[in-house]
Design a protein around this ligand. Structure first.
Ligand code: DX5
Ligand code: ZN
Length: 222
C-alpha cells in the first residue's frame, strides 16, 4: 500500500514558514497541509489566504488547505485564488454541504471534506461520490501535538467499506496524532494520506521523520 505523507505546517516555525516549507519538500513530503482556523469553529486562530499565497510561492508541492472555519463558503474563493490544490471543508460547519462541495469543484480544485471525531461516516454517505478526499480527524481540531483518538480506527474501517461499496476512488486521509506508532493502525484501517505535524516538525531530521512514518504505514499488508 502506497502511503502519502503531508506535513502540517501548524507545528512549523511560523517565523520561517517559507524555509520550513522548502525543508519538508526537500525531505520527501508528498504535499503540504495548511491549517486555517478562525477562533470560532475551533478555539484557535491561525492563518488566512495571504499567508497561503506566500506558502504557495515557496513550494511546488500540492497544498491541502484544511478550513476549520465557520461559513467556509465565504472564503473558499480566496483560498482557491491563493493557490490551494485541495480545499477541505468541515461537515459540521456546512449547512448546505453539497452546495459547498460544488463551489470548490467549480473553482477546479480537489474537493475535500473533513469530519470531527464524533461525526459519523453516515453524515457523508450521500456526498461521497462528489469528493476527491475525506479527512478523518483523529484528534479534536484546533491544536497540534494532541493524542490520537483510538476509536478513529473503527471509523476509518467503516469509511473504507463505504468508499469500496460505492466503488469510488476517494482518498482517505487522517489528521491528528499521526506518527510512526499510529501510522500502521490507520493504514491498516484504510487511510492512505497521513497528515503529521508534531511528528515531523518536532523532530530534528525532517527526512528521517517523514521516511519513518511512511515506512511504518507501508509495512502494513492489506
Ligand atoms: C489539528 C490540525 C492538524 C494538526 C495535526 O487541528 O488540523 O492538521 O496540525 O498535528 P499533529 O500531527 O501534531 O497532531
Ligand atoms: Zn489539519
Amino acid at each position: 500500500m502506497l502511503v502519502k505523507v503531508s506535513p502540517s505546517l501548524l507545528s512549523a516555525d511560523f517565523g520561517r514558514l517559507a524555509e520550513e516549507t522548502k525543508a519538508v519538500e526537500a525531505a520527501g513530503a508528498d504535499s503540504v497541509h495548511v491549517d486555517v482556523m478562525d477562533g470560532r469553529f475551533v478555539p484557535n486562530i491561525t492563518i488566512g489566504p495571504l499567508v497561503v499565497k506566500a506558502i504557495r510561492k515557496s513550494t511546488k508541492l500540492p497544498l491541502g488547505v484544511h478550513l476549520m472555519i465557520e461559513e467556509p463558503e465565504k472564503y473558499v474563493p480566496q483560498f482557491a485564488e491563493a493557490g490551494a490544490d485541495t480545499i477541505y471543508v468541515h461537515v459540521e460547519a456546512c449547512v448546505h454541504l453539497h452546495r459547498n462541495l460544488q463551489q470548490i469543484r467549480a473553482l477546479n480544485k480537489r474537493v475535500g471534506v473533513a469530519l470531527n471525531p464524533h461525526t459519523p461516516v453516515e453524515s457523508i454517505r450521500w456526498i461521497l461520490r462528489d469528493v476527491d478526499a475525506v479527512l478523518v480527524m483523529t484528534v479534536n481540531p484546533g491544536f497540534g501535538g494532541q493524542a490520537f483518538i483510538p476509536q478513529s480506527v473503527q471509523k476509518l474501517k467503516e469509511l473504507r467499506d463505504e468508499v469500496d461499496r460505492q466503488h469510488l476512488n476517494v482518498v482517505i486521509g487522517v489528521d491528528g496524532g499521526i506518527d510512526a506508532k499510529t501510522a500502521p493502525m490507520v493504514v491498516g484501517a484504510g487511510a492512505s494520506e497521513l497528515i503529521a505535524g508534531a511528528a515531523v516538525f518536532g523532530r530534528p531530521d525532517y527526512a528521517e521523520a517523514i521516511a519513518s512514518i511512511r515506512k511504518a504505514g507501508e509495512a502494513v499488508r492489506i
